[in-house]
Design a protein around this ligand. Structure first.
Ligand code: GDP
Length: 332
């Protein structure tokens, strides 16, 4: 039985990857930070099928201790400060977690378990304002936020440990990927949650910022499969993971409202407070390398993704609203 360590296991990708690896018969160790408020919601259903270990990307000793205790065959570094707008408010912390945190994990691997295979969660935000479309593994990085800058550091340190120490280190350059488990602060989930609330009469408006930016939106469940495939290859490498299709925020909004038979013009309000100091206008990925080498292709298309997210939010909010004594509907 193989052992996998997942940092960031309480997040969207961590929980889907844990589902996937448990299904493959792995012993799964989820690393989490001690928080005053627990956030096990996304992994509750796995409680008796995986183990949890307390550690923190800011604390190298905790990483070495976990590696010594579990001696994992595979390490997936999914922990990060991952929300772009927050990276302008907390740029230094973003650099610590999202950038230097990668080095701390790689150092722990180098010292304790140098034959462990390592996956780094890199991001299409690293491409930023680049005019070249679609973007592939050779496209120049031009990040537009402290988050994107920190991810570029994480990407290059992963490549560097592969080249310097021969560590089996892979960087997955994943384009935006969504699901019903996505945090409510991200655009797609904010939209599907908002549409569901309006449909159920729990709200009558949805405030949004820039709807012209285009993203290549895929389904997170498909994307964690690509992470695992990268670590099963004979050689380590870097791979773009994307659908190859881009859509504007406006198209996402229209598709979501249309799915429940409502007109977005009646409910969507522009809120300039939600504009960013700099935005990324157009991301669309070319995943042909992943297709050729990993045999990976996304299964869910754009319309299907939007519909499944709206349906999940309608179902969740209907269930919560039906409970007696529900004065206000909690966020998640
Ligand atoms: P990102 O691509 O990692 O920044 O993912 P997000 O889902 O946070 O944002 C995607 C796009 O939606 C960006 O261009 C945002 O500027 C745009 N956007 C428009 N309104 C909103 C909003 O209310 N919240 C968020 N998070 N993004 C918004």
């Amino acid at each position: 039985m193989k052992t996998a360590l997942i940092t960031g296991v309480t997040g969207q990708d961590g929980s889907y990857l844990a589902d996937f690896l448990v299904g493959k018969g792995y012993r799964v160790i989820g690393m989490l930070r001690r928080l005053s408020l627990e956030n096990y919601g996304r992994i509750e259903h796995l409680a008796d099928r995986m183990e949890l270990a307390q550690g923190d990307l800011l604390d190298p000793t905790s990483l070495e201790t976990i590696l010594r205790e579990y001696m994992p065959d595979e390490v997936y570094n999914l922990a990060a400060m991952s929300f772009v707008p927050t990276s302008w408010n907390q740029p230094v912390l973003t650099g610590e977690f999202t950038g230097l945190g990668v080095t701390r994990v790689l150092e722990a691997i180098r010292i304790v378990k140098p034959d462990a295979r390592f996956y780094q969660a890199s991001s299409s935000e690293m491409f930023g304002s680049i005019p070249e479309t679609p973007q592939n593994e050779s496209t120049r990085f031009s990040p537009r936020s402290p988050y994107g800058v920190a991810k570029v550091y994480g990407h290059y340190i992963t490549v560097n440990y592969r080249e310097s120490y021969g560590i089996f280190a892979c960087s997955g350059i994943l384009f935006n990927h969504e699901s019903p488990r996505r945090g409510l602060e991200f655009f797609p989930r904010k939209v599907t949650d908002g549409v569901a609330r309006i449909k159920l009469g729990l709200s009558n408006e949805l405030r949004l910022g820039n709807l012209d930016a285009r993203r290549d939106w895929g389904y997170a469940g498909d994307y964690v499969r690509a992470m695992w495939l990268m670590l099963q290859q004979p050689e380590p490498g870097d791979f773009v993971i994307a659908t190859g299709e881009s859509h504007s925020g406006r198209e996402f909004v229209d598709t979501a409202f249309r799915h429940v038979g409502l007109d977005p013009a009646e409910y969507v309000r522009f809120d300039p407070q939600l504009l960013r100091p700099a935005d990324v206008d157009h991301l669309v990925g070319d995943a042909s390398r992943a297709k050729a080498t990993l045999g990976w292709e996304p299964e869910a298309g754009f319309e299907e993704l939007v519909r499944l997210m709206v349906d999940a939010d309608v179902e969740r909010l209907t269930r919560v609203a039906a409970q007696p004594g529900t004065a206000s509907i909690p966020a998640v």
